[in-house]
Ligand binder design. Structure first.
Ligand code: HEC
Ligand code: HEC
Length: 319
């Protein structure tokens, strides 16, 4: 009996030690370092058309996380919406050469946004900074043109936040689940805007990425094949608003009872643009009003969302 206890003690001791070593390893490893292979992409020619297009994309995507209410510029802010991922700060991406990305090449910016590997540090950045795998090359070049432009939001500014402190969960998942993406082998063309469904799919999955927030969990979303994300558009993703109060994303599948199956196109467009919904108080942060969406874009998103599989999932808005 004594011998058995002793063996058990040793086994337990070894197990505890192994766990401690593993925890230390995960913490030291962080979110992982990777080889940096920036492809030879020519510099982006900054034209007024590209700047305008890039600004529009940035206003629906990048500004949400990088625009600071204090400076009015892309100097970053603390991302309170995703406390599970740690103390996360989006960074200063103004043209400032030291604090911002003034010294990054266009190719480095594009490589980072596609793969998730920071070209300067080799560090992999978990899903709190989106990776745009399927966005068209011209859309991406336009975003770069905006970042290099004379627009007031991107002018050099020295405001700085501390480095992000990813949680153990972020580090652990970066070891077992999250991974950088391969740089695309071919030029990715613009969507065919004469095909409403294809265009809607492009906007919803690849450009604005509504599926990321509106599927079940950031931890199980599938950036490569968004349709394979758990609970695709069925809502239930736990986030927090700008004050740190919990808020859950809603079911926007065509399910009549728990989704938006009964919404008319008009109601949908109004909700997207102004946050006003047919069945309750206005939508709150982090669902932001998409003010710059054109009618045709909003209609295309509506048309595409009507084709995704219905999911019956009643989400309580907690109001
Ligand atoms: C959901 C929030 C979010 C969105 C949307 C977002 N970012 Fe980020 N971004 C982050 C966070 C957080 C970091 C910092 C990650 C870290 O801790 O290193 C970051 C880092 C970066 C960096 C690296 C800066 C550096 O010095 O390391 C660049 C460049 C960048 N983002 C560009 C963009 C662009 C361009 C867009 C729009 C296409 C965009 N981001 C959209 C959250 C976001
Ligand atoms: C940053 C995360 C985020 C992104 C990105 C996002 N949403 Fe939302 N959305 C939310 C949250 C959170 C709510 C719930 C707000 C509330 O309860 O007040 C919501 C609510 C909605 C609603 C209301 C549904 C209802 O039943 O009232 C619709 C419709 C919607 N979003 C559509 C979209 C579309 C379309 C996109 C892409 C163009 C999108 N959302 C992008 C987080 C997001």
């Amino acid at each position: 009996m004594k011998k058995l206890l002793k063996i058990l003690g040793i086994v337990l001791g070894v197990a505890v030690l192994a766990i401690i070593v593993f925890v230390i390893y995960v913490n030291v490893r962080g979110t992982g370092s990777h080889e940096v292979n920036v492809p030879a992409i020519p510099n982006v020619e900054v034209t007024p058309a590209r700047v305008e297009r890039g600004e529009r994309i940035a206003s629906m995507l990048c500004k949400h996380c990088h625009l600071s209410p204090e400076t009015g510029k892309m100097t970053g802010r603390m991302l309170k919406e995703v406390p599970q991922f740690g103390k996360i700060y989006s960074r200063n991406i103004t043209k400032d050469p030291e604090i911002g990305i003034g010294k990054w090449s266009d190719a480095e910016i594009i490589y980072f946004i596609r793969t998730g590997i920071n070209p300067k540090s080799g560090k992999f950045i978990p899903p709190y900074m989106p990776k745009l795998l399927h966005i068209s090359d011209e859309d991406l070049r336009s975003v770069v043109a905006f970042l290099r432009s004379d627009m007031p939001e991107v002018q050099a500014d020295k405001s700085e936040f501390p480095e992000s402190e990813p949680s153990f969960l972020s580090k652990f998942l970066s070891l077992v689940a999250f991974h950088p993406y391969e740089y695309p082998k071919h030029e990715i063309p613009d969507p065919d805007t004469s095909n409403q469904l294809a265009w809607g799919k492009y906007l919803t999955l690849y450009q604005i990425e509504c599926f990321a927030c509106h599927s079940k969990d950031f931890k199980t979303m599938n950036v490569e094949v968004p349709e394979k994300s758990e609970g695709f558009f069925g809502g239930g993703n736990q986030m927090t608003d700008e004050d740190g109060k919990p808020i859950t994303t809603l079911n926007i599948t065509p399910d009549e009872e728990t989704g938006i199956g009964k919404w008319s196109e008009e109601e949908f467009i109004k909700a997207l643009r102004s946050g006003i919904v047919p069945n309750g108080p206005a939508l709150r942060n982090p669902m932001m009003p998409y003010l710059t969406l054109t009618d045709a874009e909003a209609k295309a998103i509506y048309a595409y969302l009507r084709t995704v599989p219905k999911i019956s999932n009643e989400v309580d808005r907690g109001l």
